[in-house]
Design a protein around this ligand. Sequence first.
Ligand code: ZN
Length: 120
Amino acid sequence: MDFDTIKEKLNKAANYTVRKSGEVVNVAKLKIKETELESRLENLFTAIGRAMYTEHQEETDSSVEISGILEEIDKLKSELYECKEEINKLTKMNTCPGCGKTVSDEAKYCSECGTNMKTE
Ligand SMILES: [Zn+2]
């Protein structure tokens, strides 16, 4: 084995390691983001409940406040979906279009709701 071949092999190995650990970091980061988005969504759902109850109790109109929160929820939901998609890409998983569950890339049908995963 000549020197150039060894050097090339070492370079390949180094690149592989960097790429691999890069992916791990990305997934970890995305998982944190996912958890953050989910807890923000929970807070917004709580806020809707509170606004509705206040409306009932004080006989005030909170519809503007509530529709603002609903819009925020829509925004967070699509952000969360993108985040999940990114994680799935890196971990070779799919999101079921039927129920939103994470399913293995290999699975033909969703284990939760039976949706056909191979229709594209
Ligand atoms: Zn499903």
